[in-house]
Ligand binder design. Structure first.
Ligand SMILES: Nc1nc2c(ncn2[C@@H]2O[C@H](COP(=O)(O)OP(=O)(O)OP(=O)(O)O)[C@@H](O)[C@H]2O)c(=O)[nH]1
Ligand SMILES: [Zn+2]
Length: 195
């Protein structure tokens, strides 16, 4: 029976149907008591996990204010979960997001940087694209003098299956504008790494 409804652009009934089929395909009985509600649960979870597909990242950053602060701002250790688009299993870790405001000192709320990470993380993703999408959204919205995003993740597709190397970390970075200059980049990285 279909119980989920379309939510945030994710077609719940269709997810339910597919999950039921998936359970059959792996040799399970989708009608046994433990699984009977699973398709609906997965549909609700999918609306949350993939809801970022239907959210506008620039809307997250549309509230800006002018603090006249022209120095570097970094929010580090933002935890997040995303989904590997190759295997549809999680990858998770932390993001560090920083920028040097424009000459006018245009900034956004600190929480918005974490929201921006979440909008892009709650989609089927690869880590490299997640990294550049966050930095490019920041650049197009705040027009900062410079921006940097560093992401450190463990990919469950490398831990629980395949090569099976739990604990291996993938680190990606994307740097724009004045933060590409060696001194600025070094300052950002030393703040991110806590030295
Ligand atoms: N560059 C990049 N690769 C990723 C990411 N997530 C998963 N992968 C890799 O995507 C690749 C997919 O490789 P395939 O050979 O098509 O798939 P596979 O046979 O399941 O590969 P194995 O994981 O090596 O078993 C694997 O090497 C994964 O480690 C990511 O965010 N970025
Ligand atoms: Zn994967």
């Amino acid at each position: 029976m279909t119980t989920a409804t379309a939510s945030k652009g994710v077609d719940g009934p269709r997810v339910e149907q597919a999950v039921r089929e998936y359970l059959l395909a792996i040799g399970e009985d989708p009608d046994r008591p433990g699984l009977v509600d699973t398709p609906a649960r997965v549909a609700r979870a999918a609306a949350e996990i993939f809801g970022g597909l239907h959210e506008d990242p620039l809307a997250v950053l549309d509230k800006t204010f002018d603090l006249g602060h022209g120095e570097m701002v970094i929010v580090k250790d933002i935890p997040f979960y995303s989904t590997c688009e190759h295997h549809l299993v999680p990858f998770h870790g932390v993001a560090h997001v920083g920028y040097i405001p424009s000459a006018e000192g245009l900034v956004t709320g600190l929480s918005k940087l974490a929201r921006l990470v979440d909008v892009f993380a709650r989609r089927p993703q690869v880590q490299e694209r997640l990294t550049t999408q966050v930095v490019d959204a920041l650049v197009s919205s705040l027009r900062p003098l410079g921006a940097i995003v560093v992401i450190e993740c463990e990919h469950l597709c490398m831990s629980m299956r395949g090569i099976r190397k739990p604990g291996a970390k993938t680190i990606t970075s994307a740097v724009r504008g004045e933060l590409r200059l060696p001194a600025a980049r070094a300052e950002a990285l030393s703040l991110i790494h806590g030295r």
